[in-house]
Design a protein around this ligand. Structure first.
Ligand SMILES: Nc1ncnc2c1ncn2[C@@H]1O[C@H](COP(=O)(O)OP(=O)(O)OP(=O)(O)O)[C@@H](O)[C@H]1O
Ligand code: SF4
Ligand SMILES: [Mg+2]
Length: 333
């Protein structure tokens, strides 16, 4: 893959590549009298910089996938905007502009077995992607596919003529990353890419993201509920809770020295306070979850040891403390 970054200055570039501004998404849930509005994503702003792995982490149901779908243009936000290279993606009019966006921003999904049709040979996907994005001509197409496979540590001979069932989950996820790399993207949006991969292979996949960042200047939006890989792979992290980002900053700072009471609770809930261990598993809190989503003030007020009257009525603003964002009234002053 001819994407190696020869310019060392680019390595330290901190320029925003994609920016989410005040995103909100309302879903209407239930039917008849039980119909209600669920504010799945509320006032979410962040950016993924060039040459950066940014993680959105949080419990199941906190709004991660909804945010990623909005960023990819798969879902329209109720409010807010997404800017890619300073262009509002909802206002891309021309087909060429949309295609360029699809080429530069690629997605990787949770289950690689759902990405590939079991009756189709996997290499046909790779060749089709190359053709669809303008690598026409047998030689260029073959070269693009070979380079992409090479960058994920695979060779054509291991893939050619084989069906998805002939690969392990980890191998197939590598192939789906290779497919995404064929278009030479600037950004990968990876939604829980290792949660269905065998635990022993998870680190090799997340290591791949680091290699892609360092050697090919690919930025990654990594979405996970797994604190161990988040800590290991990220440059910066945003912690989501019930549709809000409650704390965001340098990964080491946020996870080792959390400021938001929710992030502090997460850290304490990990045995030996070791963030390399797995994050809290999803507990069955559906009723609590619904109640928290519906709260008008701070969504964490029902469980927070520092709750004050104001927290119950007013949603906290974003406060900037020691180089990070914390959405909590404790940091108002
Ligand atoms: N199409 C939809 N219609 C109604 N509600 C939805 C829809 N999509 C998501 N939701 C709800 O919005 C909330 C956020 O969902 P989302 O899938 O974004 O969470 P998540 O953080 O990705 O969770 P997980 O870790 O389980 O993937 C959840 O309460 C979910 O039930
Ligand atoms: S705003 Fe209030 S309830 Fe919410 S986390 Fe901060 S102190 Fe706790
Ligand atoms: Mg999800």
């Amino acid at each position: 893959m001819n994407r190696k970054n020869d310019n060392p200055e680019k390595e330290i570039e901190k320029e925003g590549l994609i920016k989410a501004k005040k995103l909100q998404k309302v879903f209407v849930v239930g039917g008849g009298f039980a119909r209600s509005r669920l504010l799945a994503v509320d006032d979410v702003s962040f950016q993924v910089n060039k040459n950066e792995i940014f993680t959105l982490a949080g419990e199941s149901g906190c709004g991660k996938t909804t945010v990623s779908k909005i960023l990819l243009g798969f879902l329209e936000p109720t409010q807010g905007e997404v800017y890619y290279r300073d262009k509002n993606i909802l206002e891309l009019q021309k087909w060429e502009e949309k295609k360029q966006f699809m080429k530069e921003v690629q997605s990787i999904f949770q289950n690689p077995f759902e990405t590939f049709n079991p009756l189709r040979k996997v290499d046909s996907y790779l060749h089709d992607t190359a053709k669809n994005f303008g690598m026409n001509g047998k030689k260029r197409d073959k070269k693009a596919v070979e380079e992409a496979l090479q960058s994920v540590g695979l060779g054509m001979e291991e893939v050619q003529g084989r069906y998805p069932s002939e690969f392990s989950g980890g191998q197939l996820q590598r192939i789906s990353i290779a497919r995404a790399l064929i278009t030479k993207p600037s950004l990968l949006v990876a939604d829980e890419p290792v949660s269905m991969v065998d635990a022993s292979l998870r680190m090799s996949i997340v290591n791949l993201f680091k290699e892609l960042r360092d050697e090919y200047s690919v930025s990654v939006l990594y979405i996970t509920h797994d604190l161990a890989t988040a800590y290991y792979v990220s440059d910066r992290i945003g912690i989501m809770f019930r549709g809000n980002i409650v704390e965001m900053g340098d990964v080491e700072e946020v996870l080792m020295n959390p400021k938001h009471p929710y992030t502090q609770m997460l850290k304490e809930s990990i045995p030996e306070a070791d963030p390399k261990k797995k994050w809290t598993e999803r507990v069955s809190i559906t009723e609590l979850e619904t109640e928290e989503y519906m709260r008008k003030g701070c969504k964490f007020a029902g469980r927070c040891p520092f709750v004050e009257e104001k927290c119950k009525d007013f949603m906290p603003e974003e406060f900037f403390v020691d180089g990070r964002m914390v959405r909590c009234w404790l940091y108002e002053k």
